[in-house]
Design a protein around this ligand. Structure first.
Ligand SMILES: Cc1cc2nc3c(=O)[nH]c(=O)nc-3n(C[C@H](O)[C@H](O)[C@H](O)COP(=O)(O)O)c2cc1C
Length: 181
């Protein structure tokens, strides 16, 4: 059994749901998983205490959160010393009109800014949650999503996450872990 740290940064909750699913898959494989929001008390955060680390974050306005980038920049030496993986959640990654090149650019920028080159990387489609947006964010999203050919009926939310891909990613990460002695 390995101890895994799963650190996530989520604004509207989709990255957290994805992290939850990965944790579930890894626990079913007999690992222990600590799920921590990236804004948790830094004193609580010691990647050296784990056998593997997964970091996940969503894109807003073209960026992963600056606070997560700073955290990873500080910790990447410790993260790199054990099996490690990163997943990025965005609308460019999937949905009605995916833009994989844009999704890849977000990841490339994250790698450049943090200095962390993860062993395993995934770009995962997120969700549009009109029900959670305030009036300004809702207007921004109607324009952004509309321009991309997506759903602008704000009476409901839209989830584009490929859950099979999420399960596969967790399985691939499990393969990086050392087998039990
Ligand atoms: C205000 C706002 C800005 C966004 N900007 C982008 C963007 O620049 N590129 C993109 O691909 N997705 C963008 N998205 C889509 C989010 O990445 C997507 O909704 C994701 O599921 C959010 O994950 P979270 O709920 O974990 O925060 C944006 C979403 C919101 C609400």
């Amino acid at each position: 059994m390995s101890r895994i740290l799963l650190l996530y940064a989520s604004v509207e909750g989709q990255t957290q749901l994805i992290a939850d699913r990965m944790a579930h898959v890894l626990r079913e494989k007999g690992h222990s998983v600590e799920l921590l929001p990236a804004d948790a008390d830094p004193a609580q955060l010691d990647p050296a205490a784990y056998d593997g680390v997964i970091v996940g974050a969503s894109i807003h306005y073209g960026h992963h959160p600056a606070s997560l980038r700073a955290l990873v920049r500080n910790l990447h030496g410790t993260i790199c010393a054990r099996p490690n993986a990163f997943f990025s959640v965005s609308m460019s990654a999937g949905g009605p009109r995916p833009k994989p090149a844009a999704a890849q650019r977000y990841i490339d920028k994250f790698v450049r800014k943090t200095g962390w080159r993860p062993q395993l990387v995934a770009s995962i489609a997120g969700a549009v949650k009109y029900s959670l947006y305030g009036p300004i964010k809702r207007r921004v999203m109607i324009v952004f999503i509309g321009l991309g050919g997506g759903e602008t009926d704000t009476s409901r939310d839209y989830e584009y996450t490929d859950w099979d891909a999420v399960v596969r990613f967790a399985g691939e990460f499990a393969q990086l872990l050392k087998p039990a002695q």
